[in-house]
Design a protein around this ligand. Structure first.
Ligand code: ARG
Length: 493
C-alpha cells in the first residue's frame, strides 16, 4: 500500500490531528500521562518488540526501524518526565519518536492501536508486580516455616470466639497460616500465567490487514503466547480483576494473622521486635504493634481496590471504552499496598520471639483441656454427648478454672451414676488435663501433636521449594526475553 491509503503514512499530521481533539478544557481530565509513568518502561519495550517485528515482516524498512529504535533509546534515557505533552504515555512516546525521526517515526504505530498497546503494557508491567508479590508470599512462608520449626513443642492456648478453647502449639498455629498463604501463592501464580499472554496485534479490536507476526512480538516480550481473539485481546480486563482478587484474598488472610499477633502481643504471648512496634508520643511506657495494625488496614485498601476495579468494569460493552483507563490504577495501588504489607509481616514474624514459659503456663487456662477428658470418657465407651455433659457440669462447677479430680469424679457420678474412675484411670485423666499431653494425644492427620506437625512442616518446606522453583522459572523467562529483545534491537541500531 502506498499514498493516501497507507495507514502507516501518518506524517506529522497524526500528531497535529490529535491535538484538535484533546486540546480542550477536559485535556487534563482525559490524560493518563502522569499515572502512565508506571508503564513507561513497558511501553518502550512493547514499541521495540513491535518495531523489530514490523521490520522482520518487511512492513517497515530496516533503516527506518533502526532510526525509530534509536529514537526510542533516546526517549528512554530522557525519562518519563521529559516526554512531550500527550493524552497518554503511548501518544507522548510516539510524539517523542516523531520529533526525533521526522514523519517516518509515525510508522511505529503501523498495524496496532493504543488499545492493544495499553493492554500489552499493563500485562507486561503487572507480571513484574505479580512476581514481586509472589516473592513476598514466599518470604513470608519461609519466615512462618522457620519459626514453626523452632516451636514444634511450644504449647500455647488455642482460641475460638477469642476464648481459650484447646491447647495447641506455636508451630501448629503458624503453619495454619502458612497453608493459607501457600494457596495465595498458587492463586497469584495462576493469575500470573493468565496475565502472561500478549494482546499485541489485536489493534483497536478488529485486527489488521498487515501481515504481522503476533507470536513473534509475544515471544520478544517474554509472553507465553497470545490472547487470540483480537477484541478479547484489546478489551478484556478480567486478568486485572483476577490478579486484584488474588491480592485482596491474600490481604484478608494477612489481616487475620496481623490481628492474631496484635492480640498475642497484648497478652504477652509474642514479643515483637522494636522495629515493628512504635511508642506513644505522650505515654512513655507504650509499645504499640502499629505495623500490624497498618497491615490489618491494608486489607481494606485491597478490598476497596478490587471493588473499585470491578465496579468500573461492570457493564462495559465491547470493545474499548475509556473507562478502562481508570480501571488500571486500582490494580497498581492494590499490588503495591499488599506486597509491602506481606513483606512487613514476613519481617515481623522472622524477628518475633515466642516466650515458651508464658505460653505453656497459659495453655491450660479456662479449662481448655475439658474436651480431652470428654474424649477419654468417650474412648472408654461413654457416648460423647454424655461425656460432654459431664465436662460441661464440671466446667460450670469450677467456674473457669480446671477442676480437681475429686470435683470431676463427683460431677461424673451425678451424670453417669458411677465413679469417673470406673471408666478411665486417674493417670489417664491427669494426662488429659495436662496441656502438653493433651496436645501430644491429638496426632490425627493435620493435628497439633508434634509428630503430626513434623509431617506438616515437611509438606510446607516441599511446597515452598516447588513454588520457589516456579517463581525462578518465570523470573528467568522474563530476563531471557529482555536479553533477546536487546540483542535483536542492537541488530538495527
Ligand atoms: N490511556 C488509555 C488507557 O489507559 C490508552 C488507550 C486509549 N485508547 C483510546 N481509544 N482512546 O486505556
Amino acid at each position: 500500500m502506498t499514498g493516501e491509503d497507507d495507514p502507516s503514512r501518518e506524517g506529522d499530521s497524526g500528531v497535529v490531528r490529535r491535538d484538535r481533539f484533546s486540546g480542550g478544557p477536559a485535556r487534563g481530565f482525559m490524560s493518563s500521562l502522569a499515572a502512565d509513568e508506571r508503564i513507561f518502561a513497558a511501553d518502550l519495550a512493547v514499541d521495540r518488540a513491535h518495531v523489530v517485528m514490523l521490520a522482520e515482516q518487511g512492513i517497515v524498512a530496516d533503516g527506518v526501524a533502526g532510526e525509530i529504535l534509536a529514537a526510542l533509546a533516546d526517549v528512554k534515557s530522557a525519562g518519563h518526565g521529559a516526554l512531550p505533552e500527550g493524552e497518554d504515555v503511548h501518544e507522548a512516546i510516539e510524539t517523542g519518536v516523531v520529533d526525533r525521526v521526522g514523519p517516518d517515526g509515525g510508522k511505529m504505530h503501523t498495524a496496532r492501536s493504543r488499545n492493544d498497546e495499553v493492554a500489552t503494557c499493563i500485562r507486561y508491567r503487572l507480571r513484574e508486580d505479580l512476581l514481586n508479590s509472589i516473592g513476598a508470599t514466599l518470604a513470608l512462608r519461609e519466615a512462618l516455616t522457620e519459626a514453626a520449626a523452632e516451636h514444634v513443642d511450644t504449647v500455647m492456648p488455642g482460641y475460638t470466639h477469642l476464648q481459650p478453647a484447646q491447647p495447641t502449639t506455636v508451630a501448629h498455629f503458624l503453619l495454619s497460616y502458612e497453608s493459607a498463604f501457600a494457596r495465595d501463592t498458587a492463586r497469584l501464580v495462576d493469575a500470573y500465567d493468565r496475565v502472561n499472554r500478549s494482546p499485541l496485534g489485536g489493534a483497536a479490536f478488529a485486527g489488521t490487514p498487515f501481515d504481522i507476526d503476533r507470536e513473534r512480538t509475544a515471544d520478544l516480550l517474554g509472553f507465553d503466547g497470545v490472547v487470540s481473539n483480537s477484541t478479547d485481546a484489546s478489551a478484556g480486563r478480567d486478568f486485572l480483576a483476577e490478579s486484584t482478587a488474588a491480592l485482596a484474598t491474600h490481604a484478608t488472610t494477612l489481616s487475620g494473622l496481623a490481628e492474631d499477633l496484635v492480640i498475642f502481643a497484648n497478652k504477652g504471648f509474642v514479643d515483637l521486635a522494636d522495629e515493628y512496634s512504635s511508642t506513644s508520643s505522650i505515654m512513655p511506657q507504650k509499645v504499640n504493634p502499629d505495623t500490624l495494625e497498618l497491615v490489618r488496614a491494608v486489607a481494606g485498601d485491597a478490598i476497596g481496590g478490587l471493588t473499585g476495579l470491578l465496579t468500573t468494569l461492570k457493564g462495559l460493552p465491547r470493545a474499548y471504552n475509556r473507562d478502562l483507563q481508570r480501571a488500571t490504577p486500582h490494580a497498581w495501588e492494590t499490588v503495591d499496598a499488599v506486597s509491602e504489607a506481606t513483606a512487613v509481616v514476613a519481617g515481623a514474624v522472622a524477628s518475633a520471639e515466642w516466650p515458651e514459659e508464658t505460653l505453656e503456663a497459659a495453655a491450660g487456662d479456662g479449662f481448655s483441656t475439658a474436651t480431652g477428658v470428654a474424649d477419654a470418657l468417650a474412648m472408654a465407651g461413654v457416648p460423647f454427648r454424655t461425656a460432654h455433659e459431664v465436662l460441661a457440669a464440671a466446667a460450670e462447677r469450677a467456674d473457669g478454672e480446671t477442676p480437681d479430680l475429686a470435683t470431676l469424679d463427683e460431677v461424673a457420678a451425678n451424670v453417669l451414676g458411677d465413679s469417673l474412675f470406673a471408666y478411665v484411670s486417674r493417670e489417664r485423666v491427669e494426662a488429659a488435663l495436662d496441656p502438653v499431653e493433651s496436645v501430644a494425644s491429638r496426632d490425627s492427620l493435620g493435628g497439633p501433636a508434634p509428630a503430626a506437625v513434623a509431617t506438616q512442616l515437611d509438606d510446607a518446606e516441599a511446597s515452598l521449594a516447588a513454588d520457589r522453583a516456579a517463581y525462578d522459572d518465570r523470573t528467568n523467562a522474563l530476563d531471557d526475553a529482555a536479553e533477546t529483545l536487546r540483542t535483536e534491537v542492537e541488530g538495527y541500531v
